[in-house]
Design a protein around this ligand. Sequence first.
Ligand code: GLU
Length: 417
Amino acid sequence: MDFEEGDRVKVEKAGVEYEGIAMPSTTGHIIIKMVSGYNAGIDPEGATVTVVQKKQDMEASTKAAGKAEVEPKKGLPKVSILSTGGTIASKIDYRTGAVTSQFSADDILQAIPELTEIANFSGKAIYNILSENMKADYWQELAKAVVEEIKNGADGIIVAHGTDTMMYSAAALSFMIDTPVPIVFVGSQRSADRPSSDNAMNAICAAKVAVSDIAEVTVVMHSESSDDKCSIHRATKVRKMHTSRRDAFRSINSEPIGYVDYSTGEISTGLSYTKRNEKELSLMASLEPKCALVKFTPGSSSDILGYFIDAGYKGIVIEGTGLGHVSTDWIPQIERATSQKIPVIVTSQCLNGRICDRVYDTGRDILKAGAIEGEDMLPEVALVKMMWTLGQIQDYDDAVDILKQDIRCEINERSLE
Ligand code: GLU
């Protein structure tokens, strides 16, 4: 049949007519995205397809329609939106129903005009990837781009990011940058073509935080299943805790720094935080990517740990059980790692609570083997901290010293009950 992915097509079959954008298909069915946002799959047997508009023609007219640039408003702060991809950065053309990954600040402003009341925006697409494809190199490039924008006068930064690994990237930037302005990560769990999309509300709340006094790296996402407020999570204490809910992001072992009331735009804070211009801008971008996060499971072979030691890994984070345990036969491998000057941090699969390896014998033996208690750090944050610390410091004892210290509020003095 003579149509391409992205064309607007009309499909007729057995007296029923479907119109929409032709989507990729792996099943041999014709898949079209209809204006309602829903996809229809049609068996091509006996169907007739007519092209209503070619993809190229649609793109040209969309560009022409979107040319009217948003005029900067006097007196508003400057916010830079850096996009890395993910659902939030997909552009939905409501006229055609097409989902494209093209991105510019103007695209976002045209989709969410309320933003223009909050700040003057500029934007750059740094990447256009799903966040499962993020890696340490990309965090470094992103951190450099953020610093560049701040040097060029941005009063706040928004990083649009896929939600799956947003907490790793946010934690990485938190360790890498001393920031005088807010750096806000935002994503969306449901794309803009779905009636329950969280994309506009999250972006508006993120913009409010970007112009606020909270000069830290934060993650701003829906707080509850309703549209009442967004939580402002500290980058080193946040985790995605649900596959699909809009309130998937939760602060663990901490309250969020605060909330943005969606209807009034007001920010309320409960925790103390670093204020605007309290810190001077600096970038500590070196990272050691060869670090591993290893989950211990009952009966698992200590060869797993041995593999990372022999493969030249420079730091290991263990996700142990309960208070921070592994089976007795993993302990000699921990000792082997630390005697080779490979730091080992023990964190917990419980996520909530604090490591305490002083209670049970295995815990004491783990400490004797040289492991560091990860306190109340999230395992992913301990991994990113390990990469950052080993990127900054070569000496083993100095590195261990830093790993034990609280650098970016990743370790609380006392855990919540
Ligand atoms: N898995 C993708 C990502 O994290 C899409 C999901 C999303 O953006 O939330 O980038």
